[in-house]
Design a protein around this ligand. Structure first.
Ligand code: 6PG
Length: 241
């Protein structure tokens, strides 16, 4: 349904634009389908967005929150994406506990937790075998190596074709992650990327030809809308917007 690229003049402008877009997509989904399914990204960029969303008046009882990836740590660990989103946002709004669907990170084997989450997600969406769930919104960041979610360069999970949830690997550390096929089924994928250190990877991701295995964000080509919201320092010199 087309790619939208916006380069915002500052991180503040990027935050404001991101908030407007995400709130609009949440309201649209709940108005059209009675609920909104959103998968959250982790890392540092989205924290201020989550803090801002928490101040919005949105139909929280109709919003179901999932995670697009998770570090393999308990939720109370400072690196936990679940913990960050709860502290910044979910603990501050009246969203039913049953609407929050964190990735499990307590099995001895990450692959077992990936399979457990896949079953949970498929059951929630009522997906038939071989069918991928369709999320309303998938929020993504991008690392300075072009990774997104926990789809890191040259890792096995990039080859996943029939799984929705896989085990990513960052420097030998396991992570749970949405696979590219799952992300690509979404109605709306929104990348939010800030910082000059992302510039060179963005140039590779946006190049007409390139190595998808080296820059996994290239794999993200959703059937729905694709949005890239960049700040000037990340996207200003790329001639994108
Ligand atoms: C994670 C993320 C990851 C993140 C990028 C960018 O768990 O870390 O989901 O994909 O979005 O690494 O992170 P920053 O926003 O901190 O630059």
């Amino acid at each position: 349904m087309g790619t939208n690229v916006e380069v915002l003049p500052s991180q503040t402008a990027l935050l404001e634009r991101s908030l407007l877009l995400v709130a609009d997509k949440i309201n649209t989904a709940t108005a059209l389908r009675g609920q909104c399914t959103i998968a959250l990204s982790g890392g540092s960029t989205p924290k201020s967005l989550y803090e801002a969303i928490a101040k919005q008046s949105l139909p929280w009882e109709k919003v179901h929150v999932f995670w697009g990836d998770e570090r393999y740590v308990p939720p109370e660990h400072p690196d936990s994406n679940q913990g960050m989103a709860r502290r910044a946002w979910l603990d501050k709004v009246d969203i039913p506990a049953a609407n929050i669907h964190p990735m499990p990170t307590d099995a001895a084997d990450p692959a077992a937790d990936a399979q457990k989450y896949e079953l949970e997600v498929r059951e929630f969406f009522g997906s038939a075998p071989g069918e991928f769930p369709v999320f309303d919104i998938v929020l993504l960041g991008m690392g300075d190596d072009g990774h997104t979610a926990s789809l890191f360069p040259h890792t096995d999970v990039l080859q996943a074709r029939d799984r929705a949830i896989g085990v990513g690997n960052k420097d030998g550390q396991p992570r749970l992650t949405f696979t590219a096929p799952l992300i690509n089924q979404a109605r709306c994928v929104i990348f939010i990327v800030a910082g000059a250190n992302k510039q060179s990877a963005l140039a590779q991701v946006f190049a007409p030809q390139g190595d998808d295995m080296a820059y996994p964000s290239r794999l993200i080509e959703p059937v729905g809308e694709l949005w890239w919201l960049l700040d000037e320092s990340a996207g200003g010199n790329l001639g994108l917007a």
